[in-house]
Design a protein around this ligand. Sequence first.
Ligand SMILES: *[C@@H]1O[C@H](CO)[C@@H](O)[C@H](O)[C@H]1NC(C)=O
Ligand SMILES: *[C@@H]1O[C@H](CO)[C@@H](O)[C@H](O)[C@H]1NC(C)=O
Ligand SMILES: *[C@@H]1O[C@H](CO)[C@@H](O)[C@H](O)[C@H]1NC(C)=O
Ligand SMILES: *[C@@H]1O[C@H](CO)[C@@H](O)[C@H](O)[C@H]1NC(C)=O
Ligand SMILES: *[C@@H]1O[C@H](CO)[C@@H](O)[C@H](O)[C@H]1NC(C)=O
Length: 306
Amino acid sequence: MTFLRALATAFIAVSAALALVPISHTPSGLPIYEAPSGSRVLQNGTDMVVYAPNGTRLHVFENVVGARTSTPTGTGPLRVRQTETVGQVFTTFGANDTLQAFNGTFVVPSAPATFDSQLMYLSQGVTTLDDNGVPASFLGAALQYGGSSIQGGSFYTGFAFIEWLPNGGYLSVTLTGSTGQLNVSDTVGISITYQGIDSFPGEAPYYLYNVAFTGPDADRFAQMEVGQQVLPTVVGFRAEEEGVSGPSDYPSGPLVFKDIQMQLTNGVPENVEWEVEGAAATGIGFEVVNGGSGDVEIKFVFPDDS
Ligand SMILES: *[C@@H]1O[C@H](CO)[C@@H](O)[C@H](O)[C@H]1NC(C)=O
Ligand SMILES: *[C@@H]1O[C@H](CO)[C@@H](O)[C@H](O)[C@H]1NC(C)=O
Ligand SMILES: *[C@@H]1O[C@H](CO)[C@@H](O)[C@H](O)[C@H]1NC(C)=O
Ligand SMILES: *[C@@H]1O[C@H](CO)[C@@H](O)[C@H](O)[C@H]1NC(C)=O
Ligand SMILES: *[C@@H]1O[C@H](CO)[C@@H](O)[C@H](O)[C@H]1NC(C)=O
């Protein structure tokens, strides 16, 4: 802790945005930080404080929350080429709705025919917005293809994370002793569930959400809790890709999210409309096979399957 605090202090001088050294980077240079499975990431004012499962304070991400309303001076060293491409299918709830659960399952599709150091996060999760309605964070779990130096390679893995948008990087959790490998045709569940309200003394309350993989292999995957002072108002499915150079770099079968359970604290949401965004930027087709809030099915169609 002393070591990490010292590091944090050293880095504040350089970057007000993120105080710790990233463990890895995506191909375009987005930092990926790592914490042990079971960690809690809690908002305290404009900071996000990371606690290990045993309560030890591991990291403080300084001024990552609310930074959107000011000029991004603190992001100097972390400014990256924006070559990451994002597409998503999502729905938005009312500002006063509290998401209770957002669960779903998918079957791991056939692997890409070629491995070109591409990195893909195909995820399910929840987004918070800032005061201006601009996406501020995405908390979720992904089917990852490709590798960072934390994990992965020319195979699939499971990746649970929070991402600071648009390009503040990722904080992921990892489980000691597990590669997190996923094999083609494995059935995998993802769950984002509300854990209640808590707060630091004298600070505004935060809303705590757990993100985890579920199903028979859940024990092999990392999970974490994140408490932010705003409720997530957007839920959906997201594809983030980097370094994709042709159709054969994509999975060679579609990825279908189904068994989707969406619940607010006061019941199942009504009049749910799914929207698609960013499809043109990626090579992926985003299909709402079944909309609404019951029996929802969302399909990612990759160029090679057509
Ligand atoms: C929360 O933030 C306040 C104000 O910056 C600070 O005084 C306090 O020590 C922080 N608490 C924790 C637990 O980080
Ligand atoms: C608490 O967990 C952290 C992170 O896993 C570890 O570095 C530290 O040694 C642990 N502390 C105690 C007292 O077990
Ligand atoms: C949300 O709740 C607040 C306080 O109860 C109320 O003033 C506001 O109108 C509500 N907003 C919506 C969109 O329902
Ligand atoms: C995935 O495949 C690897 C290599 O064939 C194997 O060792 C591992 O047990 C498989 N994992 C599961 C969950 O089936
Ligand atoms: C969502 O998944 C969690 C974890 O498996 C479970 O506890 C919860 O009951 C599920 N909620 C719904 C609405 O399916």
